[in-house]
Design a protein around this ligand. Structure first.
Ligand code: ATP
Ligand code: MG
Ligand code: MG
Length: 548
């Protein structure tokens, strides 16, 4: 596999290896199984796995499952599937919950060292007494409990004597620290809930900031890569490793998280879209989830190339979503069959073509990749063209069909519009055209030129199909006071059309990808396609002004 260009984390790893500080690089991807992965996670996955690959190291997939209320095995399974689909193999598969016993022991050690205490204040009280960036926090009235008292109370927390929220275990560090994260952060809280992995064994759960460094140390992770929001947590990360007396000392490094224009990238919000049924599940093609991108038609190659291109930065930026689109076009350009689909059909009868005759025309499969060969497509007296390839009263520079005008049918003949058939309400329901047999595609005809080339599908062999076109679910507008992002849902995020495709696509299966002439790249929907009626999701239109 291709490796990414140089970045600051890679330089650190190279240095640590050459100085002998580490013998082997070990990274981890640590998702919380509280939702499906999104494109931002893909960046972290690529970064961690490719970094280890490049230096012949290891990467663990570790589920950070310390919050039983929000986690579920459905998410665990989807995450495994997504990481594999992206093309990565983990070395160890671990669960933070496997280490609950050890974490508990480390908390006892901190208590014994006088570095942790049980606090009876509520979460609100603790938050309110934390102070601000400019003012120190206030010490808890329970801060000076004796070691014995703390050991007793913490044991009773574990034994289930207290209700949720009644007591917490806090680190005893410094309520006046300039770093707010060091003002006696919470280590453990009481949660009476069923855990997907440990069941009812525990009713106290470690907080993320305490658990994460321990997980890294237990696994021997060398470079623990996280997003920039955790930069201020690094002193506490190091404190936990040191004071818990972990044998292995991992180091945390931060990079900027990925943000994309017009894209909601928070599991909490994505879950809300699913729960409120604003989308058809986590894998709705409009979702920026890996499963949604897959169903839409993105390939792992395109996503990995995108992640490589955006690189690893130390400061925030927002990436144009068109960059992601650029990479799927690049990936499919030479791979996808280029065929014809009519999304909004208008019947055309070619009056001078013999009735009942069908001829088979030669069509190249990919004009930029001759290795893809040719196929035969039927042509007869009746075809479908795109409704908006005809106008009764065209504006200037309209080169498609209008009364008296001639156009080229891709892979076939020139046709000329002779007559427009209207229904009783004046709607165009059919065109009557003539064709010129001398203009057959590939015949070298040079007698006259036409300015427009349109696509079409032969009517008697046409396969009925559904087409789904997408726009962003949410636009980047600011939320106003009291509004939720759900108030900014784009009502046009999904457009569904019924039309036709060439007969060769009748047997398409979910995941097949095509380039439809003039319409862009499409993927056969793996869920909603049925025998004889494929559903095509538009991955991306053909052109973009965007360049990398
Ligand atoms: P979200 O806020 O969307 O729920 P999260 O950070 O809470 O995301 P985790 O499951 O904890 O989700 O994330 C697993 C890993 O993925 C973390 O190491 C996190 O830093 C990384 N990650 C999450 N979102 C992004 C992003 N937008 N860009 C890069 N990395 C990300
Ligand atoms: Mg997280
Ligand atoms: Mg989160």
């Amino acid at each position: 596999t291709k490796t990414s260009s140089s970045n600051f984390i890679k330089n650190i790893v190279a240095e640590d290896l050459s100085s002998g500080k580490v013998k082997e690089v070990i990274t981890r991807f640590p998702p919380e199984p509280n939702g499906y992965l999104h494109i931002g996670h893909a960046k972290s996955i690529c970064l961690n796995f490719e970094l280890a690959d490049e230096f012949k190291g290891k990467t663990n997939l570790r589920f950070d499952d310390t919050n039983p209320v929000k986690e579920d095995v459905e998410y665990v399974e989807s995450i495994k599937q997504d990481v594999q689909w992206l093309g990565f193999e983990w070395d160890g598969l671990f669960f933070a919950s496997d280490y609950f016993g050890e974490m508990y022991e480390r908390a006892l050690l901190l208590i014994r060292k006088g570095l942790a205490y049980v606090d009876d204040q509520t979460a609100d009280q603790i938050r309110e007494t934390r102070g601000t960036l400019t003012a120190p926090g206030q010490e808890s009235p329970y801060r000076n409990r004796t070691v014995e008292e703390n050991l007793d109370l913490f044991g009773r927390m574990k034994d289930g004597e207290f209700a949720d929220g009644q007591k917490v275990l806090r680190a005893k560090i410094d309520m006046a620290s300039p770093n707010v994260n060091l003002r006696d952060p919470i280590l453990y809280r009481v949660v009476h809930a069923f855990h997907h992995n440990t069941g009812d064994k525990w009713c106290i759960y470690p907080m993320y900031a305490f658990a994460h460094p321990l997980e890294d140390a237990i696994e021997g992770v060398t470079h623990s890569i996280c997003t920039l929001e955790f930069e201020d947590q690094r002193p506490f990360y190091d404190w936990v490793i040191r004071e818990s007396e972990m044998k292995w000392v991992p180091r945390q490094y931060e990079f900027a998280r990925l943000n994309l224009t017009n894209t909601v990238m928070s599991k909490r919000k994505l879950k809300q879209l699913v729960d409120e049924k604003a989308v058809d599940g986590w894998d709705d093609p409009r979702m920026p989830t890996i499963s949604g991108l897959r169903r839409k038609g993105y390939t792992p190659e395109a996503i990995r190339a995108f992640c490589r291109e955006i690189g690893v930065a130390k400061s925030y930026g927002i990436v144009d979503e068109r960059m992601l689109e650029h990479f799927i076009r690049e990936d499919l350009k030479l791979k996808a069959l280029r065929t014809m689909a009519v999304l909004q059909p208008l019947k055309v009868v070619i009056t001078n073509y013999p009735e009942g005759q069908v001829e088979w025309l030669d069509a190249e499969n990919n004009s930029e990749n001759p290795d893809m060969g040719h196929r035969q497509i039927p042509f007869s007296r009746e075809i479908y063209i795109e409704r908006d390839d005809f106008m009764d009263n065209p504006p200037p520079k309209y080169f498609r069909l209008f009364p008296g005008n001639e156009v080229r049918l891709k892979h076939a003949y020139f046709i000329k519009c002779e007559e427009v058939v209207l229904d009783s309400e004046g709607n165009v329901v059919e065109l009557r055209c003539t064709y010129d047999p001398e203009t057959k595609s590939g015949s070298g005809f040079a007698g006259r030129k036409v300015k427009g080339t349109i696509h079409w599908v032969e009517a008697t062999h046409a396969v009925p199909a559904q087409f789904r076109l997408y726009e962003p679910l949410i636009t980047d507008e600011e939320e106003e006071e009291g509004q939720s992002f759900l108030d900014h849902l784009n009502p046009n995020s999904l457009e569904t059309l019924e039309g036709f495709v060439e007969q060769g696509m009748k047997e398409s299966v979910g995941g097949d990808k095509y380039q439809f002439f003039r319409h862009g790249y499409f993927n056969v929907d793996p869920k909603d396609s049925t025998a004889g009626h494929p559903v095509f999701n538009r991955i991306v239109s053909l052109k973009s002004s965007f360049t990398v």
